[in-house]
Design a protein around this ligand. Structure first.
Ligand code: ZN
Ligand code: ZN
Length: 237
């Protein structure tokens, strides 16, 4: 994340946010007023060579031009030359056209909830972002991914266990389960809606490393829905 600063006439440096561009701030040093410059000037002062491009454009441009952050150095910020490359496939949802607005959860005459999913058409764009790491950061990355996979495995086993216990309960005491059917349908409705919130499919470890590439965090945050999948690491030539 870039840090934005303005300097007061008295020499005091004030850190500012991008949205404060053009506003006045009070200097804690001399109590004077400092005018924060416009967004472009702030970005330039923070070392951004392309203040007018979006984060997505900056990544594409610097990747094509071989400029930082794609100048061959490790993306983990260690300043060592990168030795390995992991191509990360980034699929971004550009737009989703819904034909039917009758989408969602509706009460029925009997008082239950029913779900209707409308026909949708989606437009995805696929980009490839190379994650460049030096030998030692690559090893760390591999360990982090292994840990993330293990964590996700345990979570799934846990969920399976809960489901198994529920099935056993149904077999042992079907009457009580039937009495609580209303509660279960509410839980089901919540779970069903929750799946629509899973709009970012990514391995947490991979996402953490990819977000260390300059502008990548900003870029991903601006996208509502995406999938990020890493390929096998290859030695950089
Ligand atoms: Zn001052
Ligand atoms: Zn490194």
């Amino acid at each position: 994340m870039d840090v934005y600063e303005v300097e007061c006439d008295c020499g005091q440096r004030l850190s500012v946010e991008l949205h404060e561009a053009g506003t006045r701030k009070n200097c804690p040093g001399c109590r004077g007023t400092v005018i924060v410059p416009d967004t472009v000037k702030l970005k330039q002062a923070a070392g951004d060579p392309y203040p007018l491009l979006s984060a997505r454009q900056k990544i594409r441009w610097t990747l094509e031009a071989g400029e930082p952050p794609f100048d061959g150095r490790c993306h983990n910020g260690c300043q060592r030359p990168a030795a390995l490359e992991t191509q990360c496939r980034l699929e971004i949802l550009e737009q989703r056209i819904v034909d039917d607005d009758q989408n969602g959860v509706f009460p029925t005459i009997t008082g239950d909830l029913s779900f209707r999913a409308a026909a949708t058409e989606e437009q995805w764009t696929t980009l490839f972002v190379p994650l460049w790491l030096c030998e030692s950061c690559q090893q760390q990355f591999r360990r982090d991914r292994k840990r993330a996979r293990w964590f996700s495995f345990c979570k799934h086993v846990g969920l399976l266990g809960i489901f198994g216990a529920f099935i056993a309960w149904v077999v042992v005491d079907p009457e009580q389960v039937a009495a609580m059917a209303g509660l279960f349908s509410v839980i089901g409705a919540v779970a069903w809606m929750a799946q629509f919130r899973l709009n970012r499919q990514e391995c947490p470890a991979t996402a953490r490393y990819v977000r260390r590439i300059r502008w990548m965090s900003e870029f991903l945050d601006s996208e509502d829905e995406y999938r990020l999948t890493p390929a096998r690491a290859k030695r950089k030539t």
